[in-house]
Design a protein around this ligand. Structure first.
Ligand code: BDR
Ligand code: CA
Length: 309
């Protein structure tokens, strides 16, 4: 299957990219970077660092939006560290950034490839995806589906009491995507907080004794600090890799087809995903909202694939 990964790396973004690059079922047409966890100059750099770690310098990496559609950028160095990829010491990338703008690449690719054959995998704020949909509305019906990490229902929130980071940073972009009519698969905190890198799972990465295994162990060592402190959880939550794992093995996940609307007006609840889990309204269903996963199956898949790199 053909995918474009839209990302703001981020340690968990990095693991999602590595999982995709390690999986023969998936063809990564390109990686588009967006500002999010850290500013754009770092996310474009980090995306290339990860491609080089996977020895995949053939993957084109594009720079997208520096700012959300209507708001100043909010970043998450308190979670990901100053570089966005704190933990391992990885060399600066030597592969070039593409000249083409990320939004143009997304539009051009969707118009070139056969309709219904390209899946978008956004794992950062939805700015690039919304810009593409706003600029070229014809692409909406050509997208096979969008499998995104964002939002929360029972587990709200991780940047405010009401909101998850990716949706909070650019709620107007999220609203554009959720109202686009494109089939959506949503990985909210409800499921990603169950994909925890426990000590045993971290050891399994380290025991690969490869550059990728060691880097992933070091990244998740760093990344677990925030969640252990805040939620008392048993290791780092691998939010973003849930998207790629769903593409590979959807049976590992369960969820419901529901309506989700995005709060854009209130400051207090900005970026809240108002998820009609119980079917209270008759608003049209627009998302497969995932609530649970087989965590051991997920980590078996991830460990098996990462070991191939
Ligand atoms: C999301 O925000 C970022 O910090 C992570 O990379 C993930 O995409 C989790 O809320
Ligand atoms: Ca991310």
């Amino acid at each position: 299957m053909k995918i474009i990964i839209d990302t703001d790396p981020g340690q968990d973004d990095a693991v999602a990219i590595l999982l995709a690059l390690a999986s023969p079922e998936i063809e990564v047409l390109g990686i588009t970077a967006v500002a999010g966890n850290v500013p754009l100059d770092l996310t474009t750099k980090n995306a290339r660092i990860i491609c080089e770690l996977a020895r995949r310098t053939d993957i084109p990496v594009f720079a997208g939006a520096r700012q959300p559609l209507k708001r100043p950028l909010v970043t998450a160095e308190h979670v990901h560290g100053r570089t966005g990829l704190d933990g391992p010491t990885l060399p600066d990338p030597t592969m070039p950034l593409q000249d083409q703008d990320a939004v143009e690449f997304i539009i051009e690719t969707l118009r070139r490839e056969e309709a219904g054959t390209v899946t978008l995998v956004p794992i950062g704020p939805l700015t690039n995806i919304a810009l593409a949909l706003l600029k070229a509305p014809d692409i909406a019906e050509r997208i096979e589906r969008i499998v995104l990490m964002g939002g929360a229902y029972f587990e709200v929130g991780n940047i405010t009491p009401a909101a998850e980071f990716n949706i909070y940073v650019d709620p107007e972009a999220a609203e554009t995507v959720f109202r686009s009519g494109v089939p959506l698969v949503v990985m909210p905190l409800d499921v990603t907080h169950k994909a925890l890198v426990t000590k045993a799972r971290n050891d399994a990465f380290r025991q690969m004794d490869t550059p990728v295994g060691t880097a992933v162990a070091q990244m998740t060592d760093f990344f677990e600090r925030f969640d252990k402190q805040k939620y008392g959880s048993d290791g780092a939550p691998l939010h973003d890799p849930c998207t790629v794992a769903w593409l590979l093995k959807p049976d590992l996940f369960t969820g419901r087809e529901i309506n989700v609307e995005i709060e854009c007006l209130s400051d207090l609840t900005r970026g809240m995903t108002v998820a009609d889990w119980w079917g209270i309204t008759d608003r049209p269903k627009n998302s497969l909202f995932i609530g649970d996963l087989d965590a051991d199956g997920f980590f078996d898949l991830l460990t098996d694939r990462l070991a191939r790199l």
